[in-house]
Design a protein around this ligand. Structure first.
Ligand SMILES: CC(C)(COP(=O)(O)OP(=O)(O)OC[C@H]1O[C@@H](n2cnc3c(N)ncnc32)[C@H](O)[C@@H]1OP(=O)(O)O)[C@@H](O)C(=O)NCCC(=O)NCCS
Length: 181
């Protein structure tokens, strides 16, 4: 399917337990949902995402995370469809580095609230982000993942994309490629 406008991206899916979710572009009015989602993230999950202890999100961080430009910075959320107020279950984003320096590689980040991990939210976010990135001319995703982060590494291994990985000092540098097709 040709993606016309990433900013209004919306699709529907079901998690492994049958729960219906919407995968859509993040919006400025998601700040409250993102903050509430961060509050439902364990210290360990926050650490695995940010690679440093993280207790909260500042107003500037919230603005950055919910107001991407949808050109070089694209973010999607997974929200529960059955829930009034559309509770946020996960968020995924990619940020393209300077194309001259990296040949259009983008940094990937995924976060799923603890109570909804292992249900396929992360895989859904990655699949849709990769399709958007591919159509927008991004060549690959890159991610820094702690070697102890088995869930993230399994997710990347099963993504259907070509995975190259190298490990230094307990951090896996993962490269995901989909080629030019
Ligand atoms: C890493 C993270 C995003 C994964 O999200 P998730 O929604 O739990 O992931 P999924 O349920 O889609 O996939 C994870 C599991 O499904 C499996 N899986 C995913 N797609 C699969 C496929 N197509 N076929 C078989 N197995 C698959 C993975 O092997 C993995 O196994 P596990 O359940 O034993 O862990 C989540 O654990 C998280 O937010 N962690 C904290 C933050 C973090 O580590 N971010 C990573 C930085 S990139």
């Amino acid at each position: 399917m040709k993606i016309v406008d990433v900013r209004s991206y919306l699709t529907h899916a079901k998690l492994r337990d049958g729960e219906p979710v919407a995968i859509r572009a993040i919006r400025p009015d998601d700040k409250g949902r993102l903050l509430a989602g961060f509050g439902r993230l364990s210290d360990r999950s926050a650490y695995l995402r940010f690679l440093t202890p993280k207790k909260g999100l500042s107003p500037a961080e919230l603005a950055y995370l919910t107001e991407p430009d949808f050109r070089r910075h694209v973010a999607l959320v997974a929200v529960a469809e059955a829930c009034e107020g559309a509770r946020l279950l996960g968020v995924g984003r990619y940020v393209e580095a300077d194309p001259d320096e990296t040949g259009r590689g983008a940094e990937l980040a995924l976060t799923v609230v603890d109570a909804h991990q292992h249900l396929g939210v992360g895989a859904l976010l990655l699949t849709h982000l990769a399709e958007i990135a591919r159509q927008c001319g991004v060549a690959r995703f890159e991610a820094e993942v702690l070697a102890e982060n088995g869930a993230a590494l399994r997710l990347l291994e099963h993504s259907g994309l070509r995975l190259h990985r190298s490990t230094h000092s307990g951090v896996v540098h993962a490269i995901l490629e989909w080629g030019s097709g």
